[in-house]
Write a protein that binds this ligand. Structure first.
Ligand SMILES: Nc1ncnc2c1ncn2[C@@H]1O[C@H](COP(=O)(O)OP(=O)(O)OP(=O)(O)O)[C@@H](O)[C@H]1O
Ligand SMILES: [Mg+2]
Length: 419
């Protein structure tokens, strides 16, 4: 069974949290001040962008101070009545078991959108009467509906951690998962996530799970982040909807490359549909889709495209019959796309050399790459003098010579004779 790495590696203690050290100190100081007397502000209001560790900091702090944490979130206070029901929790500092208590009202943003206008008022009442630290969390503290509430709160801003701080956390997770990765690679993941720690960890999991080593090529695809969100959305619909039309429609709304999507579906099916019969059905569907793809390619009869799409989407969606829904399975980055992007620069180089050969030898560049290039390689690797002559004749540049020579040293020897 899969667990999300954000859960599996959720910081248990403040030591593991990265960034926002000032905010954390302010919060910890305020909580500790309750030991002496009830402070003027009985609530702390943490605010800031998603995924930077607001919730996790409060949990870790409670853990580090050995406090009991009572957590409530959006679904617990849609109405004033609901808030009043748990108001009593905040009326005591010490608990029956000798711990001190802290109350956390998370995701407070939700309360502003609800029809029941008394919600925020009720929270204010809780704060006014509180006999234990009450922590409130929202993304947008400056929502006008929090105006009065703000006056009763110590406002603490959480900012995005720096790229290096995010990297530090990613590194630690890699260490625990037994994955090696260059700093540069992790830096790229951190940057691409917009320094949202949660989403950086999610990306890391999608790209690195099951690997021993994470390379830069593995993550370079994140450069097109929007595309990833779109694809994940399409996959989610295809794998989880039980409705043919919905599965088909999702493609109309998403602008994704069909061939690439095919790879995504194909490589994720075995992980998503774990029941063998479901899997067989889905693969059958995909093989039919592929058959039509082939026919389109050879006949250019694009009217067949709708069959490809139907088999790819609805066909796979309908295959799910016995696989249990539940548990969370991360989508994986297709190896084939990864491989293609990894070898792209090499393929580029080969075709550029192919063009040079074509010009001189009057063969197609495909033939040049297939039939001429291997011999050139042998010459360039073993005979600098002859290689030099060929390089000059074909008009190869330094990079091409290096590619054919298979190394810098040999390339230097060739270039030297070239003068
Ligand atoms: N600063 C951090 N240090 C270490 N891990 C973090 C940090 N921020 C987020 N995470 C990871 O991301 C997960 C989500 O973080 P958290 O729930 O605290 O975000 P949040 O700021 O409360 O976001 P939201 O505004 O969406 O509620 C955590 O479980 C943890 O694994
Ligand atoms: Mg949160």
């Amino acid at each position: 069974m899969y667990t999300a790495w954000t859960t599996k590696h959720k910081p248990g203690s403040l030591e593991e949290v990265v960034g926002n050290s000032e905010a954390i100190q302010t919060l910890a100081g305020w909580v500790k001040s309750w030991d002496k007397r009830i402070p003027k502000k009985r609530a702390a209001f943490l605010y800031g962008p998603p995924g930077v560790g607001k919730t996790v900091c409060v949990e870790a702090l409670a853990h580090d101070l050995g406090m009991e944490l009572v957590e409530k979130n959006a679904s617990d206070y849609r109405t004033a009545d609901m808030v009043k029901r748990f108001a009593g929790l905040a009326s005591q500092y010490g608990t029956l078991f000798g711990h001190k208590r802290m109350v956390l009202l998370d995701e407070l943003d939700g309360i502003t959108g609800t029809a029941d206008r008394g919600g925020v008022r009720a929270v204010i009442e809780v704060v006014k009467e509180a006999h234990c630290p009450v922590v409130l969390i929202a993304n947008d503290v400056y929502n006008p509906r929090f105006a009065t509430l703000r006056r009763y709160c110590l406002l603490i801003e959480f900012k995005k951690p720096t790229v290096l701080q995010v990297v530090k956390r990613l590194k630690e997770i890699c260490r625990r998962e037994g994955i090696t990765a260059e700093d540069e690679t992790l830096k790229f993941v951190a940057q691409r996530s917009g320094r949202d720690v949660r989403s950086a960890i999610n990306d890391l999991q999608a790209l690195a799970q099951g690997k021993k080593h994470l390379t830069h090529e593995d993550v370079s695809w994140l450069a097109e982040r929007n595309r990833k969100e779109v694809i994940f959305n399409v996959l989610r619909t295809i794998f989880y909807s039980r409705d043919c039309t919905e599965a088909k429609r999702v493609l109309d709304t998403a602008n994704v490359d069909r061939d690439m999507l095919f790879q995504w579906i194909y490589e994720n099916v075995p992980h998503q549909l774990t029941d063998p019969e479901d899997l067989a059905k889905a693969m059958d569907s995909l093989s039919l889709a592929d058959l039509y793809r082939g026919r389109i390619r050879s006949s250019q009869n694009w009217s067949l495209l709708r069959y490809v799409l139907d088999f790819m989407t609805a066909g796979v969606a309908m295959a799910r019959e016995r696989t249990k829904v539940g548990g969370w399975v991360p989508f994986r980055f297709p190896e084939r796309i990864r491989w293609l992007s990894r070898t792209r620069s090499e393929r580029d180089m080969r075709s550029r050399i192919g063009m040079k050969i074509r010009r001189k030898c009057h063969v197609s560049s495909v033939v040049a790459v297939k039939e001429f290039l291997p011999y050139l390689r042998i010459v360039f690797e073993s005979n600098a003098g002859m290689a030099c002559g060929i390089a000059e004749w074909l008009g190869l540049d330094e990079d091409m010579v290096e590619y054919l020579a298979g190394g810098k040293r040999q390339a230097k020897a060739i270039m030297k004779s070239l003068g």
